[in-house]
Write a protein that binds this ligand. Structure first.
Ligand code: TPP
Ligand code: SF4
Ligand code: MG
Length: 302
């Protein structure tokens, strides 16, 4: 992984738009330790977006992009919904699939990439809303897991269809009343993390985006496990502040309130046995890399 593929030819440097020069200069591509702390200095991590002001989806999007271990070689597959407003601003290869089809598209894409680039890791990451993941796309979601497709599925769970004005979704809480669901949800929130486990996912996390360190860790884990072992699933609460009547400053508190131990977004993690082994190996290598970096720094300062 390197910046080579976005490098500007020297002869063309001065005629390239300033924006592009800046992107190349500051890109985190090629940096092994890239992570959420790069937000604010790296242009490719979304400078602008067209979501509502303060929407937690924008925060989640930034953390995810900053945490991808291999951005140059990652293809994201999106679906219709509020997230699809962000993809046009993202400096990562991405495909907009038909609403609900995202895991079917990702399956074909991942298989094709494995054939076309047998010697290189090409990561595929699905990012879709709860309506796309658990309602209209549920069949495609589950079938990809049954088949053990090697990619990560991330669901931005805002517990309703936000982009079309607030219809009920399978992940909505029981009893919740939304603008386009005035009677109130009559059944419990679907337990997709449990279904994911039964369907063969090897790494599953349910959480909010209130803690960037945590998001960075679970994104990396999910991608490494998907690469080597099989499907992984992350369900992340990104409340639709517009539909739950909060203002643009209240998204973070809403997430903190909802992740308390007794609440529906309390942190939950499942790691299969093969995934545990892989993550332990990677953690040992990372420890060694850090120790080596420390040794080199100490040698330079002597
Ligand atoms: C095949 C198809 N069916 C329905 C729609 C209409 N539609 C657009 S966005 C959306 C809801 C998206 O909800 P969700 O996946 O939860 O994402 P959110 O907007 O909440 O982030 C629907 C039903 C569509 N665009 N295409
Ligand atoms: S409608 Fe809701 S989910 Fe969509 S951008 Fe606005 S606040 Fe975010
Ligand atoms: Mg939704």
């Amino acid at each position: 992984m390197s910046k080579e593929r976005i490098k500007i030819a020297e002869e063309l440097y001065d005629i390239m738009p300033e924006e592009y020069q800046d992107l190349v200069k500051r890109a985190t591509y090629g940096n092994e330790t890239r992570g959420w702390k790069d937000i604010g200095i790296a242009k490719e991590l979304i400078e602008e977006h067209s979501l509502c002001a303060g929407c937690p989806e924008s925060m989640a999007f930034r953390y995810i992009l900053a945490s991808l271990p291999n951005p140059e070689d990652t293809v994201m597959v999106g679906s219709t919904g509020c997230t699809s407003l962000v993809f046009p601003h993202v400096a990562i290869h991405n495909i907009h699939s038909l609403f609900g089809n995202q895991n079917a598209i990702a399956s074909g894409l991942k298989r094709a990439l494995m054939v076309r680039f047998p010697d290189r890791h090409k990561d595929v990451v699905v990012l879709a809303g709860d309506g796309a993941t658990v309602d209209i796309g549920l069949d495609m979601t589950l079938q990809a897991w049954f088949r053990q497709e090697k990619f990560t599925t991330i669901c931005f769970d805002n517990e309703l269809y936000a982009n079309t004005g607030g219809q009920e979704s399978g992940l909505m809480q029981k009893g919740f009343v939304a603008k386009m669901a005035p009677v109130g949800k009559s059944f419990e929130k679907v337990r997709l993390p449990e279904i994911a486990r039964e369907s063969g996912c090897h790494y599953i996390v349910q959480c909010t985006v209130s803690k960037p360190n945590l998001i960075e860790k679970i994104i990396k884990n999910a991608i490494y496990v998907a690469r080597e072992i099989g499907p992984t699933y992350l369900q992340i609460y990104t409340p639709c502040i517009l539909e739950i009547g909060k203002n643009s400053m209240e998204g973070l508190q809403e997430m903190r309130d909802s992740e308390k131990p007794s609440e529906r977004f309390a942190f939950k993690e499942f790691v299969s046995e093969p995934a545990k082994e892989l993550l332990a190996e990677l953690a040992a290598k990372e420890k060694e890399r850090k120790a080596e970096a420390k040794r080199q720094l100490a040698a330079q300062t002597v």
